[in-house]
Write a protein that binds this ligand. Structure first.
Ligand SMILES: NC(=O)c1ccc[n+]([C@@H]2O[C@H](COP(=O)([O-])OP(=O)(O)OC[C@H]3O[C@@H](n4cnc5c(N)ncnc54)[C@H](OP(=O)(O)O)[C@@H]3O)[C@@H](O)[C@H]2O)c1
Length: 408
């Protein structure tokens, strides 16, 4: 953790050392400098952020010390409980499977001020407008490859959720430069635009395929993850915070195996690449709640991973089409037998927190005050789809499918 002398803090915040000393005494409940062996105070990034906020409240907003304390207390509380009614959210890839479901849940349960959809295809936006209306929704045509359009779309936004991506493995293999432009350059543009537009929190959606990737989709999402986490290095203490969520296959999302098996069922034959194959499975509801939880708890630089069950692809085929013949067609290029959500190396920085795993950043930009009571995972911990403790069996899958999977 980087620590600073009082002289550095004074320089960075732009007030004399004596003022920092005075504020330190007055606002002692908000700043917690560490002591060197010689007893001298050293300040963290988080202290630096607090001093900048104090300066802003006292000098720029002309408040008294008591009012400033009240405002800091309010801010500390709201960093966990988001005041949704006052949030403007921009959602890249808002017309996709995740995006549509996110809007449904948000409008019903959390009721943000407005959600801005950002994507390329006008037909999908037209269809969304029919379903969601315009009262709380705005529809921006734009490409994540276009940073100036992103900047304009983010003006006045509090939260950005970055879901836009090229995500079909074969399409990314065949059009590698297009995957790089959308998934990597697009992520960079989102970061740049969010910093310029002074957005508060930005969460990007990542995938288990980004972990030890074997295809270009996964590799491009790994780069996107890395630049998102490191995006915090470009942001000021009062600038946007960047974090990621990382999860496995979404049951029933566009292009997933469930719609494929349902289609194949009519021909009497299901094709499976390898009998041993396992996958993590998450519902759209769980994916949306994971993003909400990440927004509530993030301090910047974390990767939030849900605790979700695994399943054997063969069991899914049996659940959807028990009467069908199963044809084994061999593992495809760029496909893994099992997926990984957390590697052993990442396990060293992982905690169990609020029903999730949180992979902490290796560089610490600010103090991790939200995680003080979190439990560390055991030595050697890793999280893979074949060694999961929780499994969906054929009957569970039948039940889920008969309830009707939400498919967009
Ligand atoms: N589905 C899964 O199983 C799964 C699992 C883990 C993680 N994820 C991640 O979750 C995110 C959302 O996935 P999803 O299932 O909702 O995908 P999806 O249904 O394919 O939707 C993708 C969205 O991105 C938009 N988009 C694509 N290229 C764009 C560009 N260049 N500029 C702006 N918008 C663009 C698409 O709209 P237009 O085509 O109109 O632009 C669409 O709205 C992705 O980042 C994906 O990697 C998905």
């Amino acid at each position: 953790m980087a620590v600073y002398k009082i002289k550095d803090v004074s320089e960075k915040v732009g007030v004399p050392v004596s003022t920092i000393r005075y504020w330190q005494k007055e606002f002692s409940e908000f700043v917690s400098p560490v002591r060197t062996k010689g007893g001298q105070r050293r300040y963290t990034e988080s202290d630096m952020g607090v001093f900048s906020s104090i300066k802003e409240i006292l000098r720029e907003n002309n408040k008294t010390i008591t009012e400033a304390k009240e405002e800091l207390r309010r801010n500390r509380k709201s960093s966990r409980q988001i005041d949704w009614a006052n949030q403007t959210i921009l959602l890249t890839g808002g017309t996709g499977s995740f995006g549509r479901h996110f809007c449904k849940v948000m409008l019903k349960k959390y009721k943000p001020r407005v959600i801005r959809i950002y994507s390329r295809d006008e037909l999908k936006q037209y269809e969304m407008r029919q379903e969601f209306g315009e009262e709380k929704m705005r529809y921006f045509i734009g490409d994540v490859r276009d940073v100036s359009r992103l900047r304009r779309a983010m003006e006045g936004a509090d939260i950005v959720i970055h879901a836009a991506a090229l995500k079909q493995v074969p399409a990314c293999e065949y059009n590698p430069l297009e995957a790089v432009k959308t998934n990597i350059h697009g992520a960079q543009n989102v970061i740049d635009a969010a910093i310029d537009a002074r957005v508060k929190k930005v969460v990007a959606l990542s995938t288990d395929k980004a972990v030890n990737p074997v295809n270009l989709y996964g590799a491009s999402k790994l780069c996107a993850e890395k630049i998102f986490i490191q995006g915090n290095a470009y942001s000021k203490p009062d600038g946007p915070r960047f974090s990621c969520v990382r999860y496995g296959n979404v049951i029933g999302s566009r292009g997933s195996v469930v719609p494929l098996f349902i289609k194949q069922k009519n021909n009497g034959k299901i094709t499976i690449t390898d009998k041993r194959m396992t996958r993590f499975w998450i519902t759209l509801d769980q994916a949306v709640e994971l993003v909400v939880s990440a927004l509530q708890h993030m301090q910047g630089g974390e990767i939030f991973v849900p605790r979700i069950p695994s399943m054997r692809v063969v069991d899914l085929a049996r659940a959807i089409a028990p009467e069908c013949e199963i044809e084994i067609i061999g593992i495809r290029p760029g496909e893994k037998l099992h997926e990984i959500l957390i590697t052993e190396e990442e396990g060293r920085n992982t905690i169990k927190y609020n029903g999730m795993f949180v992979i902490m950043p290796q560089f610490s930009w600010w103090e991790r005050t939200n995680y003080k009571n979190a439990e560390k995972v055991p030595e050697g911990f890793h999280y893979t789809s074949n060694e999961n403790e929780e499994w969906l069996r054929v009957d569970d899958l039948k039940r889920i499918i008969s309830r009707g999977i939400k498919m967009n």
